[in-house]
Write a protein that binds this ligand. Sequence first.
Ligand SMILES: [Zn+2]
Length: 327
Amino acid sequence: MGITHNRDFTPTYHKMEELSPLVRRVVAENPNPFTFTGTGTYVIGRGEVAVIDPGPALAAHLGEIVSGLDDGEVVTKILVTHTHTDHTAGVNDLVARTGATTYGFGPHGDVPDEDPLEKVTFDEYFTAEESAEFKKAWDETPPELRSEGADQDFLPDVAVGDGDTISGDGWTVEVVHTPGHTSNHVCFALVEEGLLFTGDHVMGWATSVISPPDGDLFDYMNSLEKLLDRSDVRYWPTHGPAIDNPHDYVRSFIEHRRNREAQIVTALNAGPSDIKSIVPDMYAAVDKRLWRAAANSVYSHLLSLHREGKVSVSGGTPNLIATWQLE
Ligand SMILES: [Zn+2]
């Protein structure tokens, strides 16, 4: 059983739409390889409303979040799932427009000064022309399209943790801490409608990017299991369409990651190895320009196996260039 993604989603940008009695949404026009068709900003409640993830600092988007409300309605609360800029860049602007109070788990985790992936190259698999072409394409890629940008400035007015509730007139939101995609990621459950706003934890269009050190696959797997103990009937992720078969879908994610893990264990069965050797075999069928991203994925799996005590590192600490062996 694989993951059945759903990419059937064509938003009308910068237009408030009603999704259920207590939920409305405005989709920002910031489509890219990380945001799919853009960031979906949810509006919860009626009258004094809460906004989940303001999204990018696009005036047309933020303007609609305010002007798309009915007469007399005001934004009083801003809830943040996690500190990636496609979710938070518009926070300050929306606060300036509304005076709303911000809620979130806490600041972004530590970000290394340099990209640790710089140490992992697959140059020997490229011809000189391919290398040059790859480098040129990368140099021409704007920073926001190279990775999901960490917002290291956001600090919530109110820090919330797992099980906390935030409420307004006729609505109650429960905070569900789901570290993994980032260490400060939370989902928000709308109790009255059995909905879970999953941010980037579980999305219909793609799997989450888990980028160490702040991204943590071990935590992510536990955060997936955590959703299986809940009875939310529908998920609304930040990017893309709703997920209507939450438990089956989450199980397929868990299975997908377990399969990848099994492949890595198989690779290490032959003896100690490193990421640079594992990736070309494991991803032989995949465009080699994607191997560096794959290296990050294999690394997140190895770190997770390391925390479970299933692998060890010969000499020194776990990192992208370490040699790994089965315990
Ligand atoms: Zn994100």
